[in-house]
Design a protein around this ligand. Sequence first.
Ligand SMILES: NC(=O)c1ccc[n+]([C@@H]2O[C@H](COP(=O)([O-])OP(=O)(O)OC[C@H]3O[C@@H](n4cnc5c(N)ncnc54)[C@H](OP(=O)(O)O)[C@@H]3O)[C@@H](O)[C@H]2O)c1
Length: 275
Amino acid sequence: MPAQRIAFIGGGNMAHSLIGGLMADGYPADCVHVAEPDAEKRRDLANRFGIIVQGDNQEAIRGAKAVVFAVKPQTIKSALEPLGPLLRKQQSLVISIAAGVRESDISRWLGGQVPVVRSMPNTPALVRAGATALYANEHVSQRQRDLAESLLRAVGITQWLDDESLLDIVTALSGSGPAYFFLLMEILEKVAIELGLPQQAARLLTLETALGAARMALESDEDPACLRQRVTSAGGTTQAATRVLENGDLHELFRRALQTATDRARELGRLLGEQ
Ligand SMILES: NC(=O)c1ccc[n+]([C@@H]2O[C@H](COP(=O)([O-])OP(=O)(O)OC[C@H]3O[C@@H](n4cnc5c(N)ncnc54)[C@H](OP(=O)(O)O)[C@@H]3O)[C@@H](O)[C@H]2O)c1
């Protein structure tokens, strides 16, 4: 990625991991500016990464090619509005990582036509294993798309979407998704302990099995259904277990869970826009 000036509004958890990813990729520290109200977080960011950190949002975005809004969804409106005139003048790319906040609301709060990329990252971004979906409005150029993509790729994989409404499904799938897998790990570990396995062994075997299955699915040419069939021999233990899960209609349970989460994401997006 060519080194261009990038600014972050908000220096919390996500900004921390995105900047950490950029630094690990060799991005020049003097091209990264952060505006953060908390003095202790400012000191921490400056000491850790050697980047330019300040308390003034206007100063941080001056001359920036891209501005990442890494604040909470409830605060993004008040962070965007005062910066609208300068962002419009500079035509800086605005990248929002705020969950649920729609592009039309971001553009409205900025007061006009600005290139906006809306993204939906997930928590594994904190360990550079994130999965982020991206959506660009019609003012975003190819170069700006590349810039947004390389920025988010510093913390995991990226996936572009042409239709913004699909981000509600993404929120239900990969946004909330880590929690589904954590829940599954929690249940597997607990039941193994109940069956008699020591806690430490149950935890380690559960987590490594989850990691191993994900890695196998990613590295294999076969889809997860094939991989599952391959480890399910007739009359064996896996078949006995998966039959119990199928009889409990796990598929229908997940269909309802993802539908409910998608509906909730839609509703939250609408409420955030009414601020
Ligand atoms: N954490 C995740 O894994 C994750 C995943 C997907 C999406 N996201 C999205 O990422 C965004 C950031 O989440 P986070 O976990 O990084 O939150 P966070 O740790 O609370 O960071 C937000 C930071 O922005 C600062 N801030 C608040 N208002 C500001 C303003 N007007 N100007 C400049 N800075 C301001 C906050 O300071 P104070 O604390 O002093 O208010 C805080 O340090 C959220 O919108 C969230 O939806 C996060």
